[in-house]
Design a protein. Structure first.
Length: 342
Protein backbone atom coordinates (compact mmCIF):
# COMPACT_ATOMS: atom_id res chain seq x y z
CA UNK A 1 0.00 0.00 0.00
CA UNK A 2 1.36 3.44 -0.98
CA UNK A 3 2.18 5.53 2.09
CA UNK A 4 1.25 9.20 1.80
CA UNK A 5 2.05 11.88 4.39
CA UNK A 6 -0.40 14.76 4.05
CA UNK A 7 1.44 17.84 5.28
CA UNK A 8 -0.87 20.57 6.53
CA UNK A 9 -1.63 23.18 9.20
CA UNK A 10 1.35 25.50 9.42
CA UNK A 11 1.79 28.92 10.98
CA UNK A 12 0.49 31.23 8.27
CA UNK A 13 -2.78 33.18 8.30
CA UNK A 14 -4.18 30.43 6.07
CA UNK A 15 -3.76 27.65 8.65
CA UNK A 16 -7.50 26.99 8.93
CA UNK A 17 -7.80 26.87 5.13
CA UNK A 18 -5.06 24.24 5.02
CA UNK A 19 -6.80 22.06 7.59
CA UNK A 20 -10.10 22.33 5.72
CA UNK A 21 -8.47 21.14 2.51
CA UNK A 22 -6.54 18.39 4.28
CA UNK A 23 -9.77 17.03 5.74
CA UNK A 24 -11.07 16.40 2.23
CA UNK A 25 -7.79 15.19 0.73
CA UNK A 26 -7.18 12.71 3.56
CA UNK A 27 -10.68 11.27 3.21
CA UNK A 28 -10.30 10.99 -0.58
CA UNK A 29 -6.89 9.31 -0.44
CA UNK A 30 -8.09 6.81 2.14
CA UNK A 31 -11.10 6.03 -0.03
CA UNK A 32 -8.65 5.39 -2.87
CA UNK A 33 -6.70 2.89 -0.77
CA UNK A 34 -3.67 4.98 0.17
CA UNK A 35 -2.12 4.56 3.64
CA UNK A 36 -2.41 8.15 4.89
CA UNK A 37 -0.72 9.87 7.82
CA UNK A 38 -1.41 13.52 8.66
CA UNK A 39 1.41 15.83 9.76
CA UNK A 40 1.07 19.39 11.05
CA UNK A 41 4.23 21.40 10.41
CA UNK A 42 3.97 22.92 13.90
CA UNK A 43 3.14 19.86 16.01
CA UNK A 44 4.12 16.78 14.04
CA UNK A 45 2.06 13.67 13.34
CA UNK A 46 -1.64 13.94 14.11
CA UNK A 47 -3.24 10.87 15.62
CA UNK A 48 -6.93 10.03 15.42
CA UNK A 49 -8.03 12.40 18.19
CA UNK A 50 -5.90 15.20 16.70
CA UNK A 51 -7.39 14.63 13.25
CA UNK A 52 -10.90 14.89 14.68
CA UNK A 53 -9.92 18.16 16.38
CA UNK A 54 -8.11 19.87 13.51
CA UNK A 55 -9.40 18.44 10.22
CA UNK A 56 -12.62 20.37 9.97
CA UNK A 57 -14.19 21.44 6.70
CA UNK A 58 -15.37 24.84 7.96
CA UNK A 59 -13.14 27.92 7.73
CA UNK A 60 -13.88 31.00 9.83
CA UNK A 61 -14.60 34.41 8.38
CA UNK A 62 -11.25 35.76 9.62
CA UNK A 63 -7.73 34.28 9.81
CA UNK A 64 -6.08 33.39 13.16
CA UNK A 65 -5.00 36.44 15.17
CA UNK A 66 -1.40 37.59 15.19
CA UNK A 67 -0.65 36.35 18.72
CA UNK A 68 -1.74 32.85 17.78
CA UNK A 69 0.31 32.98 14.58
CA UNK A 70 3.40 34.10 16.52
CA UNK A 71 2.99 31.16 18.90
CA UNK A 72 2.63 28.76 15.99
CA UNK A 73 5.67 30.18 14.18
CA UNK A 74 7.77 29.55 17.29
CA UNK A 75 6.76 25.88 17.08
CA UNK A 76 7.48 25.31 13.39
CA UNK A 77 9.41 22.05 13.01
CA UNK A 78 11.44 23.26 10.03
CA UNK A 79 14.15 20.84 8.99
CA UNK A 80 13.08 18.44 11.76
CA UNK A 81 10.10 17.53 9.57
CA UNK A 82 12.18 15.18 7.44
CA UNK A 83 13.26 13.27 10.55
CA UNK A 84 9.68 12.38 11.49
CA UNK A 85 9.04 8.68 10.70
CA UNK A 86 5.72 9.56 9.04
CA UNK A 87 7.57 11.80 6.58
CA UNK A 88 10.89 9.97 6.28
CA UNK A 89 9.23 6.65 5.44
CA UNK A 90 6.49 8.04 3.20
CA UNK A 91 6.37 7.07 -0.46
CA UNK A 92 4.99 10.54 -1.11
CA UNK A 93 4.40 13.80 0.74
CA UNK A 94 1.23 15.61 -0.32
CA UNK A 95 1.39 19.25 0.85
CA UNK A 96 -1.94 20.85 1.70
CA UNK A 97 -0.49 24.11 2.92
CA UNK A 98 -0.95 27.78 2.13
CA UNK A 99 1.18 30.87 2.56
CA UNK A 100 4.89 31.41 2.67
CA UNK A 101 5.99 28.38 4.72
CA UNK A 102 4.17 25.91 2.50
CA UNK A 103 4.17 27.60 -0.89
CA UNK A 104 7.42 29.56 -0.84
CA UNK A 105 9.69 26.69 -1.88
CA UNK A 106 11.51 26.17 1.43
CA UNK A 107 9.80 22.90 2.31
CA UNK A 108 10.11 21.71 -1.27
CA UNK A 109 13.87 22.35 -1.13
CA UNK A 110 14.04 20.45 2.15
CA UNK A 111 12.34 17.43 0.59
CA UNK A 112 14.64 17.60 -2.41
CA UNK A 113 17.72 17.54 -0.17
CA UNK A 114 16.32 14.67 1.88
CA UNK A 115 15.32 12.69 -1.21
CA UNK A 116 11.66 12.54 -0.17
CA UNK A 117 9.16 12.51 -3.08
CA UNK A 118 6.42 15.14 -2.91
CA UNK A 119 3.48 16.34 -4.96
CA UNK A 120 3.29 19.75 -6.56
CA UNK A 121 5.74 22.31 -7.86
CA UNK A 122 9.44 22.40 -7.04
CA UNK A 123 11.37 24.95 -4.98
CA UNK A 124 12.04 27.35 -7.86
CA UNK A 125 8.50 27.41 -9.26
CA UNK A 126 6.94 27.64 -5.81
CA UNK A 127 9.09 30.58 -4.81
CA UNK A 128 8.59 32.46 -8.05
CA UNK A 129 4.81 32.04 -7.97
CA UNK A 130 4.46 33.11 -4.34
CA UNK A 131 6.52 36.26 -4.89
CA UNK A 132 3.96 38.34 -6.79
CA UNK A 133 6.57 40.79 -8.05
CA UNK A 134 8.71 38.04 -9.59
CA UNK A 135 5.65 36.24 -10.97
CA UNK A 136 4.36 39.36 -12.71
CA UNK A 137 7.76 40.01 -14.27
CA UNK A 138 7.69 36.49 -15.69
CA UNK A 139 4.13 37.01 -16.93
CA UNK A 140 5.21 40.13 -18.79
CA UNK A 141 8.16 38.27 -20.29
CA UNK A 142 5.85 35.52 -21.52
CA UNK A 143 3.36 37.98 -23.04
CA UNK A 144 0.72 37.35 -20.36
CA UNK A 145 -1.21 40.55 -19.54
CA UNK A 146 -1.07 41.53 -15.86
CA UNK A 147 -2.04 44.77 -14.10
CA UNK A 148 0.65 47.45 -13.71
CA UNK A 149 2.34 47.56 -10.31
CA UNK A 150 5.13 49.00 -8.20
CA UNK A 151 6.76 47.76 -5.03
CA UNK A 152 6.65 49.86 -1.86
CA UNK A 153 8.31 52.24 -1.12
CA UNK A 154 7.66 53.95 -4.42
CA UNK A 155 7.97 57.45 -5.80
CA UNK A 156 4.79 59.48 -5.65
CA UNK A 157 4.64 59.84 -9.43
CA UNK A 158 4.84 56.04 -9.86
CA UNK A 159 1.97 55.54 -7.42
CA UNK A 160 -0.06 58.27 -9.13
CA UNK A 161 0.45 56.57 -12.50
CA UNK A 162 -1.37 53.48 -11.21
CA UNK A 163 -4.47 55.57 -10.52
CA UNK A 164 -7.30 55.01 -8.08
CA UNK A 165 -8.72 52.71 -6.86
CA UNK A 166 -5.45 51.05 -5.90
CA UNK A 167 -4.81 47.53 -4.58
CA UNK A 168 -2.34 47.34 -1.69
CA UNK A 169 -1.29 43.83 -0.68
CA UNK A 170 1.48 41.71 0.82
CA UNK A 171 3.72 40.35 -1.92
CA UNK A 172 4.02 36.80 -0.56
CA UNK A 173 0.72 36.03 1.19
CA UNK A 174 -2.39 34.38 -0.24
CA UNK A 175 -6.16 34.33 0.39
CA UNK A 176 -6.16 38.15 0.06
CA UNK A 177 -4.93 38.34 3.67
CA UNK A 178 -3.72 41.89 4.36
CA UNK A 179 -5.13 43.21 1.08
CA UNK A 180 -6.85 46.59 0.90
CA UNK A 181 -8.44 48.48 -1.99
CA UNK A 182 -8.09 52.21 -1.42
CA UNK A 183 -9.95 55.04 -3.13
CA UNK A 184 -7.76 57.96 -2.04
CA UNK A 185 -4.02 58.52 -1.53
CA UNK A 186 -4.65 59.51 2.10
CA UNK A 187 -5.52 55.88 2.85
CA UNK A 188 -2.20 54.56 1.53
CA UNK A 189 -0.16 54.66 4.79
CA UNK A 190 -2.69 52.61 6.76
CA UNK A 191 -3.12 50.14 3.88
CA UNK A 192 0.66 49.69 3.64
CA UNK A 193 0.89 49.19 7.40
CA UNK A 194 -1.77 46.48 7.22
CA UNK A 195 0.06 44.67 4.43
CA UNK A 196 3.43 45.03 6.21
CA UNK A 197 2.01 43.30 9.27
CA UNK A 198 1.87 40.11 7.17
CA UNK A 199 4.91 40.41 4.90
CA UNK A 200 8.21 42.21 4.46
CA UNK A 201 7.31 43.34 0.94
CA UNK A 202 4.25 45.27 -0.18
CA UNK A 203 2.89 45.57 -3.70
CA UNK A 204 0.80 48.46 -5.06
CA UNK A 205 -1.20 47.22 -8.04
CA UNK A 206 -3.48 48.89 -10.54
CA UNK A 207 -7.11 48.02 -9.84
CA UNK A 208 -8.73 46.36 -12.85
CA UNK A 209 -12.47 46.87 -12.94
CA UNK A 210 -14.33 43.93 -14.40
CA UNK A 211 -15.40 40.37 -13.77
CA UNK A 212 -13.28 37.77 -11.99
CA UNK A 213 -12.44 34.34 -13.41
CA UNK A 214 -10.32 31.39 -12.40
CA UNK A 215 -8.88 28.40 -14.26
CA UNK A 216 -7.43 25.22 -12.81
CA UNK A 217 -4.49 23.31 -14.25
CA UNK A 218 -4.09 19.55 -13.80
CA UNK A 219 -0.96 18.02 -15.27
CA UNK A 220 -0.47 19.70 -18.63
CA UNK A 221 -4.16 20.48 -19.13
CA UNK A 222 -6.16 23.63 -18.53
CA UNK A 223 -9.48 22.83 -16.87
CA UNK A 224 -12.80 24.68 -16.97
CA UNK A 225 -13.09 28.45 -16.56
CA UNK A 226 -15.12 29.56 -13.55
CA UNK A 227 -16.59 32.97 -12.76
CA UNK A 228 -16.33 34.34 -9.24
CA UNK A 229 -18.98 36.83 -8.11
CA UNK A 230 -18.22 37.97 -4.53
CA UNK A 231 -20.46 40.20 -2.47
CA UNK A 232 -17.48 42.47 -1.71
CA UNK A 233 -15.48 44.56 -4.16
CA UNK A 234 -12.74 41.92 -4.20
CA UNK A 235 -12.75 38.18 -3.58
CA UNK A 236 -11.44 38.62 -0.03
CA UNK A 237 -10.92 36.17 2.85
CA UNK A 238 -14.47 36.53 4.15
CA UNK A 239 -16.01 35.99 0.72
CA UNK A 240 -13.75 33.00 0.04
CA UNK A 241 -14.57 31.11 3.21
CA UNK A 242 -18.01 32.24 4.36
CA UNK A 243 -20.88 30.24 2.84
CA UNK A 244 -23.22 32.37 0.77
CA UNK A 245 -20.80 35.27 0.33
CA UNK A 246 -19.77 34.34 -3.21
CA UNK A 247 -21.42 32.92 -6.31
CA UNK A 248 -19.14 30.53 -8.20
CA UNK A 249 -20.22 29.51 -11.70
CA UNK A 250 -18.54 26.50 -13.35
CA UNK A 251 -18.27 26.47 -16.27
CA UNK A 252 -18.44 30.24 -16.72
CA UNK A 253 -21.10 31.48 -19.12
CA UNK A 254 -18.75 33.32 -21.47
CA UNK A 255 -18.04 33.43 -25.21
CA UNK A 256 -15.97 30.55 -26.53
CA UNK A 257 -13.20 32.90 -27.63
CA UNK A 258 -12.76 34.29 -24.11
CA UNK A 259 -12.88 30.80 -22.62
CA UNK A 260 -10.11 29.63 -24.94
CA UNK A 261 -8.06 32.76 -24.23
CA UNK A 262 -8.28 32.31 -20.45
CA UNK A 263 -7.39 28.63 -20.62
CA UNK A 264 -4.43 29.35 -22.89
CA UNK A 265 -3.18 32.13 -20.61
CA UNK A 266 -3.54 29.90 -17.54
CA UNK A 267 -1.41 27.18 -19.07
CA UNK A 268 1.11 29.78 -20.27
CA UNK A 269 1.37 31.22 -16.75
CA UNK A 270 1.77 27.73 -15.27
CA UNK A 271 4.61 27.04 -17.68
CA UNK A 272 6.24 30.47 -17.31
CA UNK A 273 6.56 29.82 -13.58
CA UNK A 274 7.89 26.27 -14.16
CA UNK A 275 5.05 24.69 -12.19
CA UNK A 276 3.96 21.08 -12.18
CA UNK A 277 1.12 18.70 -11.20
CA UNK A 278 -1.56 21.32 -10.48
CA UNK A 279 -2.18 25.03 -10.02
CA UNK A 280 -4.90 27.67 -10.41
CA UNK A 281 -4.71 31.03 -12.17
CA UNK A 282 -6.88 34.03 -11.29
CA UNK A 283 -7.95 36.77 -13.72
CA UNK A 284 -9.85 40.00 -14.02
CA UNK A 285 -11.51 40.67 -17.40
CA UNK A 286 -12.42 44.24 -18.30
CA UNK A 287 -15.82 45.19 -19.76
CA UNK A 288 -14.02 45.38 -23.15
CA UNK A 289 -13.05 41.71 -22.78
CA UNK A 290 -9.35 42.20 -21.98
CA UNK A 291 -8.01 39.59 -19.52
CA UNK A 292 -5.39 40.35 -16.88
CA UNK A 293 -3.69 37.61 -14.86
CA UNK A 294 -3.58 38.50 -11.17
CA UNK A 295 -1.65 35.53 -9.81
CA UNK A 296 -1.16 31.76 -9.91
CA UNK A 297 -1.62 29.55 -6.86
CA UNK A 298 0.74 26.56 -6.66
CA UNK A 299 -1.16 24.91 -3.80
CA UNK A 300 -4.75 26.02 -4.39
CA UNK A 301 -7.55 25.15 -1.99
CA UNK A 302 -8.52 21.49 -2.04
CA UNK A 303 -11.81 21.17 -0.28
CA UNK A 304 -14.45 19.56 -2.48
CA UNK A 305 -16.03 22.99 -3.01
CA UNK A 306 -12.76 24.87 -3.62
CA UNK A 307 -12.18 26.45 -6.99
CA UNK A 308 -9.70 23.91 -8.43
CA UNK A 309 -11.95 20.91 -7.67
CA UNK A 310 -14.91 22.79 -9.18
CA UNK A 311 -12.83 23.58 -12.27
CA UNK A 312 -11.97 19.88 -12.56
CA UNK A 313 -15.54 18.69 -11.90
CA UNK A 314 -16.82 20.85 -14.76
CA UNK A 315 -14.51 18.80 -17.01
CA UNK A 316 -15.84 15.50 -15.66
CA UNK A 317 -12.97 14.95 -13.19
CA UNK A 318 -14.27 14.10 -9.72
CA UNK A 319 -12.43 14.89 -6.49
CA UNK A 320 -11.03 11.40 -5.98
CA UNK A 321 -9.67 11.34 -9.53
CA UNK A 322 -8.16 14.79 -9.03
CA UNK A 323 -6.29 13.71 -5.89
CA UNK A 324 -5.27 10.38 -7.43
CA UNK A 325 -3.93 12.07 -10.57
CA UNK A 326 -1.76 14.42 -8.50
CA UNK A 327 -0.37 11.46 -6.53
CA UNK A 328 0.27 9.31 -9.58
CA UNK A 329 2.08 12.10 -11.41
CA UNK A 330 4.33 12.75 -8.42
CA UNK A 331 5.02 9.05 -7.85
CA UNK A 332 5.86 8.55 -11.54
CA UNK A 333 8.27 11.49 -11.39
CA UNK A 334 9.92 10.06 -8.27
CA UNK A 335 10.31 6.71 -9.97
CA UNK A 336 11.98 8.37 -12.95
CA UNK A 337 9.15 7.44 -15.28
CA UNK A 338 9.07 9.19 -18.63
CA UNK A 339 5.31 9.00 -19.03
CA UNK A 340 3.26 11.14 -16.68
CA UNK A 341 -0.45 10.84 -16.08
CA UNK A 342 -2.25 13.79 -17.68
Amino acid sequence: MTRVAVLTGGSTPERDVAFAGAAQVVAALRDLGYDVTVVDTTSGELHAADEARYLRSAVGATPPDRDELARLRANELGSALVALPAVRHADLVFPVLHGRQGEGGELQALFELAGIPYAGSGPLGSGMALDKDVAKRLFRGAGIPTPDWVMWPAASHAVAALGMPLVVKPSKVGSTVGLTVIEHAEALPSAVAEAESYDDEVMLEQYVAGREYTVGILGDRALAVGEIIPQHEVFDYECKYTPGMTQEIFPAEIPKGLETRLRDLSLAAHNALKLRDFSRADFRVTPAGEPYCLEVNTLPGLTRTSLLPQSAAAMGIDFLTLCDTVCRRALARAAGGNKLVS
